[in-house]
Design a protein around this ligand. Structure first.
Ligand code: PLP
Length: 441
C-alpha cells in the first residue's frame, strides 16, 4: 500500500537508510527520479486516479492491491515526502497528516478507543494537553499525566490493565524538559505497550527516538521541518519494531479482522513493518480525512531539503544567546537544555549530543512588566504565537497564551509570569544579541 510516485516500495527505499547520512536524506530522500523525469518532486494535484476495470479498483478497496484511488486517503506527493521523513527517522512506514494535532490524535486513536487508558508526560505542548485531557477524554480515553522527572515508583503506578500506550516529547514545548526516552520505553515495553514520541523540537537531525527504544514518532512539520512559517502539517512514523501480535487482546484493531475491509487483519497482511500505518491510513484517514494537501507537502519538502543546515544554525545561535543571557545582570534565569546549568544537561548530552533546538526561555528581572516592556523594545524578534521559524520570534505566555492564569497558577504550570520564550531564528547572532542588549537597556 505504501508506494511513491514511481511505484518504489518504501521498504526498498529505506534499505538505503543505514548507508546514507542524515544530510543526504534531507536533500534526496523519498524520491529518486529516473531518466527524463522531473528533478523536483511532482505536485500531483488530483483528487482521484483512473483505472481500466472495476475489478482492478475493487482490489484496492479490499487492500489486496496497492495504488492510489482518492487523495483523502493517500496522495503520491504526500507519500513521497512521508518516505523522506520515514528514512530520516529510520522507520518502516510513515504518513503525512494535515497538522501536528492530527498526527498526535491519530497516533493514539489508531490503537486506543473508548474505555482505554494512556500514560503521558505532563510536560507536553499545550494543544496536545488539551486534546488529551479534554477532547479525547470526552471520547472515553483516559490519560494519566506524569512528570518527565517522576520516580520509577510513580511511573509504575501510572499504568493500568487497560493502558495502551505511553506518550512524551523529546524536548517539550514550551517547558524545554528533555524526555528520558530509554527509561520510558523500558517501562512501556514492560507493560506490553508502545512508546510514542513527539519529536517536533529535536527533529531527526538532532535525535532519532527509535534508536533509544521509541516505537512510534510524531511531528508537527509546521515547526522546524517546514521551518519557514509557510505550511501547517504533521507526520507519523512507525519503527515497525513493536510486536502487536504478542498482545492481541490489547490491540484487537491490528490483530483481528477489519470488517470495513473484507476481513483483512492488518498484522497478517502488512506485517509489523506496515500494519500500524496502513490501518491509520485505511481507517482513520478514510473516516476523519485530516490529509495534508499535495501543495503543502511540496512546501514541506523544500523545508526538509535544508533541515540539517538550518538546525545547526538554529542551535548555534540559540546556544550563543543562552550563554549571553546567562551572564546578563538583568536576566533572572535561563532555561536551555544544552547549557551546563540546565537540570537536563546530562539527558541532553545523551539524547541531543549535536544540539537541542532553537528555543530558549528566560526570566527578565522585574517580573511581568519588565518582560513585556523588554519584548516591546525588540526590533528583530517579532511577537508571535509561533516557534521554530527562520525569523526570530518571542512570546510572553503570562500575558497571551496563559493570560487566564494567576501568578501562582503560572508558577505551578512551569510558566512563571516573568518567562519570555524566544524562538531563535537564522539571522546573524551578532545582530540578535545587539537587539536583545538594546531592549534590555
Ligand atoms: C506545534 C506543536 C504541535 C501541534 O502541531 P500543529 O502543526 O500546530 O497542529 C504538536 N507538538 C509540538 C511539540 C508542537 O510544538
Amino acid at each position: 500500500m505504501r508506494y511513491n510516485y514511481f511505484n518504489k516500495p518504501l521498504k526498498e527505499q529505506n534499505k538505503m537508510a543505514d548507508k546514507r547520512k542524515v544530510g543526504t536524506v534531507c536533500v534526496q530522500g523519498g524520491y529518486t527520479p529516473g531518466n527524463g523525469e522531473p528533478r523536483q518532486i511532482p505536485i500531483i494535484q488530483s483528487t482521484t486516479f483512473k483505472y481500466a476495470t472495476g475489478e482492478a479498483m475493487g482490489k484496492l478497496f479490499d487492500l489486496e492491491a496497492s495504488g492510489y484511488f482518492y487523495s483523502r486517503l493517500q496522495n503520491p506527493t504526500c507519500d513521497t515526502v512521508a518516505a523522506k521523513i520515514c528514512e530520516l527517522e529510520g522507520g518502516s512506514a510513515a504518513m503525512l497528516t494535515s497538522s501536528g494535532q492530527a498526527a498526535s490524535f491519530y497516533s493514539i486513536f489508531n490503537i486506543a478507543s473508548c474505555g482505554d487508558h494512556i500514560v503521558s508526560s505532563a510536560s507536553i505542548y499545550g494543544g496536545t494537553y488539551n486534546l488529551f485531557a479534554v477532547t479525547m477524554k470526552r471520547m472515553g480515553i483516559e490519560f494519566t499525566f506524569v512528570s518527565p522527572d517522576c520516580s520509577d515508583e510513580e511511573l509504575e503506578k501510572a499504568f493500568k490493565p487497560n493502558t495502551k500506550a505511553v506518550f512524551g516529547e523529546t524536548i517539550a514545548n514550551p517547558a524545554l524538559t528533555v524526555f528520558d526516552i530509554e527509561r520510558f520505553a523500558d517501562a512501556a515495553h514492560k507493560h506490553g505497550v508502545p512508546l510514542i514520541v513527539d519529536n517536533t523540537f529535536a527533529t531527526p537531525v538532532n535525535c532519532r527516538p527509535f534508536e533509544f527504544g521509541a516505537d512510534i514518532v510524531t511531528h508537527s512539520t509546521t515547526k522546524y521541518m517546514d521551518g519557514h512559517g509557510a505550511a501547517v502539517g504533521g507526520c507519523i512514523v512507525d519503527s515497525g519494531k513493536f510486536d502487536w501480535t504478542k498482545y492481541p487482546d490489547k490491540f484487537p484493531g491490528l490483530c483481528t479482522p477489519d470488517d470495513s475491509y473484507h476481513g483483512v487483519t492488518y498484522t497478517e497482511r502488512f506485517g509489523l513493518s506496515g500494519a500500524y500505518i496502513t490501518k491509520a491510513t485505511a481507517q482513520l484517514m478514510r473516516d476523519f480525512g485530516s490529509v495534508q494537501s499535495p501543495q503543502n507537502a511540496f512546501i514541506l519538502n523544500l523545508g526538509l531539503e535544508s533541515l540539517h543546515v538550518r538546525m545547526k544554525r538554529h542551535c548555534e545561535n540559540a546556544e550563543r544567546i543562552a550563554k549571553y543571557l546567562e551572564n546578563h545582570e538583568k536576566i533572572a534565569w535561563v532555561n536551555y537544555p544544552s547549557l551546563e546549568s540546565s537540570p537536563y544537561y546530562d539527558l541532553a548530552k545523551k539524547y541531543l549530543p549535536n544540539g537541542s533546538c532553537g528555543v530558549v526561555s528566560f526570566g527578565v528581572k522585574g517580573g511581568r512588566e519588565a518582560a513585556q516592556a523588554f519584548m516591546g523594545k525588540l526590533k528583530i524578534a517579532a511577537i508571535e504565537t509561533h516557534v521554530a521559524d527562520a525569523r526570530s520570534c518571542c512570546l510572553h505566555p503570562a500575558s497571551t497564551t496563559h493570560r487566564q492564569m494567576s501568578d501562582e497558577e503560572l508558577t505551578n504550570a512551569g510558566v512563571p509570569s516573568d518567562l519570555v520564550r524566544l524562538s531563535v531564528g537564522l539571522e546573524d547572532a551578532d545582530d540578535l544579541i545587539a537587539d536583545i542588549e538594546q531592549a534590555l537597556n
